[in-house]
Design a protein around this ligand. Structure first.
Ligand code: ATP
Ligand code: MG
Length: 207
């Protein structure tokens, strides 16, 4: 009888142990499920964050090249070096640079969007009055950052710290030019390439 009791005890204990094991397994699987869900949520959050970061990156971090000019009166005034210093201090890389006098045809073509404005003739005369410095500038957000650094068109109203405030004189004589947007930058950089070719051609002819 004692022996039967003992066997019964053992079987009962094994049953309890089995139950505990099954329950533990069940609990473990619930915890695992919970953890899996949590990490899925976590992953989703991470993905969203990285997507947002990516969107921010697009807005703030694309390397662009813009076209810039140091206009004839600023070159004539001997401020080329000071303006180039500001260009570099403000994080722009000079990818290309040439000094060249624009022809009337060049200036008319370059500022054709203003051809019907009352100041157009004076603008062309001004832009052909002497050599200008033509530059390709590279930086993150180069187009808008260069426009910010230039300041407003009217040099007399430009903000302190801008190039037009520092080196410009008036609405017309405002020291520097910059492409208005990426599309203009593309066209104006093509204009720079043509000017560089013409300059190289002339140099070769002189040699
Ligand atoms: P830019 O194109 O040279 O970078 P901007 O984009 O600030 O200058 P725009 O409106 O495109 O200004 O004018 C082209 C240029 O024509 C000016 O930089 C300036 O030299 C000249 N200009 C613009 N408005 C006038 C005006 N009312 N009177 C005289 N000149 C002007
Ligand atoms: Mg303009």
């Amino acid at each position: 009888m004692k022996r039967i009791n003992r066997i019964y005890e053992i079987t009962k204990n094994e049953g309890i142990i089995k139950m505990i094991k099954i329950n533990t397994l069940f609990l473990a699987s619930i915890v695992a499920l919970f953890l899996t869900n949590a990490s899925a949520e976590e992953l989703e959050t991470k993905a969203l964050t990285s997507h947002l970061k990516c969107a921010c990156g697009k807005k703030n971090g694309i390397t662009e090249t813009t076209f810039a000019m140091i206009k004839p009166e600023a070159v004539q005034a001997g401020t080329t070096g000071d303006i180039i210093k500001q260009i570099e201090l403000n994080g722009f890389k000079i990818k290309d640079i040439i000094k060249k006098s624009l022809t009337r045809e060049d200036a008319e073509q370059f500022y054709k969007e203003h051809k019907d404005k009352p100041f157009f003739r004076n603008l062309v005369t001004y832009m052909t009055s002497g050599p200008a410095i033509l530059l390709a500038l590279e930086k993150e957000n180069a187009v808008s950052d260069w426009r910010k650094l230039m300041g407003s068109t009217d040099a007399t109203k430009a903000d302190v710290g801008t190039l037009r405030k520092m080196f410009g004189k008036s609405m017309q004589e405002n020291a520097v030019h910059g492409s208005a947007n990426l599309e203009d930058a593309k066209n104006e950089l093509a204009f720079l390439a043509l000017q560089m070719n013409a300059l190289n051609h002339n140099i070769v002819k002189k040699i």
